[in-house]
Design a protein around this ligand. Sequence first.
Ligand code: RUB
Length: 294
Amino acid sequence: MTIRGAGKIARAGASAMGDFAKNYKGNSLEEFRKEVRECSEILIASRPTAVSLWNGVKATMRGLSSAETLDEARESVIFNSEEFVKISSMAVETISKMGANRIKSGDVILTHCNSKAAIGVIKEAHRQGKDIKVYATESRPWRQGILTVNELAEAGIDTTLIIDSAVRSVMKEVDKIFVGADTITSHGALINKIGTSQIALAAHEARVQFYVCSETYKFSSATIFGDMVTIEERSIDEVVKKGEIPDSVKIYNPVFDSTPAAYIDAIITDVGVIHPGSVYDVMIRQLGDGMFEE
Ligand code: RUB
């Protein structure tokens, strides 16, 4: 949790790959390849849900197998890692601008947890001079909502913090919802912070627009082949203090959930505002480009 948020995790993973290549002291191409692959496995295993990490790490390995010399292989990992960090940061800017186009003066917006992409959209709309009001959820148990309200308030945005269970109560006032993504599946489902699916359900019931702000490197091509997204469970200490409840009570602390495509109005990506039904096509294009191939 020192590094959190799917985008940041991906950039940290890609940068770590670049650092490994820069600091590699050996002189064997084969050994370098082997160690880079090991390094990638360690990084990927650190967080199971956000596919951004997998994609960010894999993107740095493009050209690793075809490199003919150690220098070529090292340079390609370093270059790819820097490119990924640059491109993924630019993606947030693109998403912010396109998402802000969906917001008009007077809109009441709701966001959940702490997403750089969703906050980028909200801040850009404010920067454009739109008069907006934001509800931000606390996001128990880790309370990332505190980070969100601090950032929004610092930008001078009219912000109200609500507890997660107040979402349906305020829904009648809300015009649009903007949330981030940890992973998007091939059938357009969103994997994001626990509670996102309940918000989407309440939004659907109230006919409130529900937007997902997601860089395309959060699209999981593995889901095309039937892979399921693993939902991370975190420590029970996040939920209760020691001794607060009897030991016989079990605690279940899943950190992410899945929102069906049917509850999503659009996904705002770095390649445009798309319908969840178009995710598959974008993935096929990424696979065709060999984006995550060695
Ligand atoms: C953060 C979270 C965010 C997504 C997207 O969860 O669910 O909505 O990661 O964030 P956690 P971003 O705090 O548990 O990592 O848009 O910054 O990539």
